[in-house]
Design a protein around this ligand. Structure first.
Ligand code: SF4
Ligand code: MG
Length: 314
């Protein structure tokens, strides 16, 4: 993903002046085959918009997305259709993703028909296999979505995403709506499926402990910008960006020896319509210096894949 930008035009105020919600600014990253890339940040920071642009469910304002070396940014609908077979997305709310009047076996088989995969008479057997893979039973085939719990529905949605034999799945807050006890079951299932189906994930979440559990690398987003990126262990043991440090200081730490003082950020997140000049984090940054108000910090490689955008780190 190179220099991705998304500005949503809006009208505001009494005179209906034209303005832009700057949801994503100059965003670049690479996701490697077989890995889980965790993208984390507060709600409204542009994570989901980024995920949708990567799948071309949303056209970027500028920038480009390459998939397996192919630039898909300007693919036609027909070309996108073929690429989509390999790319799936699952959302936070599994219930709204399922048709309440459709038996789940049929719902899972549907993408196979849409993409003309295999022969129709094989579909039922394939669905039964998928049900087993996601931890459901054959007798669930004829049941309706309301007969399942939230966790089970997320399993159904996963089975449907897997029906097209995808390579890449964007998981947009897939466990945020579930009870904590169920969350780890679904995270473990995602890891199991990654092995079984050789999947690559972009895992979007606002919860750092969830991201830590599942990701190989983590990117931290703030107001549409990628501010830090590192292998998971490095990010949690040696966070470099002041925003990442503040986020981490809010995560409960069971070991009192490791507990750090909580960094409380002043003021609210600024509006993405009027982004602050210089570093977008400067109005809330406890360490801001004069330069921060004027000059945009660029993402710099600090070695071993740790990248950070901050004037104080070099
Ligand atoms: Fe804080 Fe300045 Fe670093 Fe931005 S560039 S995070 S304002 S110290
Ligand atoms: Mg979101």
């Amino acid at each position: 993903v190179s220099n991705l930008v998304k500005h949503f035009p809006i009208k505001r105020g009494y005179f209906q002046e034209k303005a832009y919600v700057k949801a994503v600014s100059n965003f670049s990253l690479k996701i490697y085959k077989g890995e889980t890339y965790g993208l984390v940040g507060e709600s409204g920071c542009g994570k989901s918009t980024t995920g949708r642009m990567i799948l071309r469910l949303l056209a970027p304002t500028s920038g480009s997305v390459q998939y397996k070396g192919q630039d898909i940014t300007h693919f036609s609908d027909e070309e996108l259709r073929n690429a989509r077979k390999e790319m799936q997305i699952i959302f936070q709310d599994p219930y709204s993703a399922l048709n309440p009047r459709k038996q789940i076996g049929k719902a899972i088989a549907e993408p196979m028909s849409i993409f003309n995969l295999g022969e129709k008479r094989q579909h039922k057997q394939l669905v039964l296999d998928l049900l087993r893979k996601v931890g459901l039973q054959p007798e669930h085939y004829d049941r309706y979505p309301h007969e399942f719990s939230g966790g089970q529905r997320q399993r159904i949605v996963l089975a449907r995403a897997l029906a097209v034999n995808p390579a890449f799945i964007v998981c947009d807050e897939p466990v945020s709506a579930l009870d904590v006890s169920i969350q780890s079951q679904i995270l473990n299932l995602l890891q199991q499926l990654q092995e079984d189906f050789q999947l690559t994930y972009l895992f979007i979440a606002h919860d750092l402990s969830v991201v830590r559990h599942i990701s190989d690398r983590v990117g931290v987003m703030y107001l549409g910008h990628l501010v830090e990126e590192a292998p998971t262990d490095a990010l949690f043991s040696e966070p470099l960006h002041p925003y990442t440090r503040a986020l981490l200081s809010a995560v409960p730490e069971p070991n009192p020896k490791k507990r750090k003082e909580r960094i409380v950020l002043s003021s609210e997140v600024p509006s993405p319509i009027d982004l602050p000049k210089g570093c977008v984090f400067h109005p809330r940054c406890p360490q801001a210096i004069a330069t921060c108000k004027e000059v945009v910090p660029v993402l710099q490689e600090m070695g071993t894949g740790h990248r950070v955008a901050c004037h104080l780190v070099s």
